[in-house]
Design a protein around this ligand. Structure first.
Ligand code: SAM
Length: 279
């Protein structure tokens, strides 16, 4: 027992929260598991937590029981609000709920640093938010860490290293300015109803400065072009970037005949700098 609130199956029955496909709802009903996910986010005492997609509140309860100073939860499905109000009442002053689309709501006005983000979201929304959180206009971002549930295959793309099939834009975008690791693997049966694929929780901690210097926009463009045609040699895939791309590749320590998936972050950053200096 992590709190005195009713078990989640009862909450779902009382509030008639049958999972809807249109909201991407696959709920976690085991409170020991949601507490484990909350613990994967690190020490929550003294931190504000932004939770996206609380649903019936299993993870929300985990976050509060684990000591989060405050939780701000954004939920699109209005049917969940009465269940979340019961949690609010059990933890006075520590939970605020906003009804809305996380892609449209600006949570910053409601949060005080340090801020951690934790979510079990529909996969498409999760990936879109991850990309936004990783590419703010200025770095460091407003958050300290992201602890997010993904489809296993997407989690593997986030932590992938050069030379693997999963390696690409997502890995480079995340690993340039953050440390990412898979902290929990979950089979479909952990969810109600079970999704078709396995899931994994990824914990991402921001670095104050990028691992290697580069201008974000230039690096993003290079990486996007390189992996758009990942089977091509880089001198061909990147030829639209600069009239003398072969020389720039050489000076960045990259063989022009190499393919994107063989190239590490350090070399991509060197190429982004060379492009910027030779515009
Ligand atoms: N966090 C809960 C749990 O672990 O059991 C629910 C997880 S369920 C996979 C995803 C939740 O995100 C649902 O409650 C759904 O209504 C909500 N949701 C879906 N799209 C959303 C969006 N764009 N903004 C905010 N919430 C969203």
């Amino acid at each position: 027992m992590i709190d005195d609130l009713p078990p989640l199956r009862d909450v779902i029955r009382t509030h008639d929260l049958r999972a809807k496909k249109s909201f991407g709802q696959n709920f976690l009903l085991d409170l020991n598991l949601t507490a484990r996910i909350a613990r994967a986010a690190g020490d929550l005492t003294g931190a504000d937590v932004l939770e996206v997609g609380p649903g019936p509140g299993g993870l929300t309860r985990g976050l509060l029981a684990e000591g989060a100073r405050r939780v701000l939860a954004i939920e699109k499905d209005a049917r969940c609000l009465p269940a979340l109000a019961e949690i609010e009442a059990a933890y006075p002053g520590r939970l605020s709920v906003i009804e809305g689309d996380a892609l449209a709501v600006d949570p910053l006005a409601h949060l005080t640093p340090p801020i951690k983000i934790v979510a079990n979201l529909p996969y498409n929304v999760g990936t879109e938010l991850l990309i936004r959180w990783m590419t703010p206009d200025t770095w460091p971002p407003f958050w300290d860490s992201l602890t997010l549930m993904f489809q296993r295959e997407v989690a593997e793309r986030i932590v992938a290293k050069p030379g693997s099939k999963a390696y690409g834009r997502l890995a480079l975008m995340v690993q340039w300015r953050a440390d990412a690791k898979i902290v929990l693997n979950l089979p479909p049966e952990a969810f109600t109803p079970p999704p078709k694929v396995s899931s994994a929780v990824v914990h991402i901690v921001k670095r104050d400065a990028p691992r290697f210097p580069a201008e974000a926009k230039v690096l993003e463009r290079v990486v996007a072009m390189a992996f758009n045609q990942r089977r091509k040699m880089l001198r061909a895939a990147l030829k639209g970037l600069h009239p003398d791309i072969e020389t720039l590749l050489h000076s960045s320590g990259i063989a022009p005949t190499a393919r994107a998936e063989e190239i590490g972050l350090e070399q991509f950053c060197a190429l982004a700098r060379a492009l910027k200096d030779n515009r």
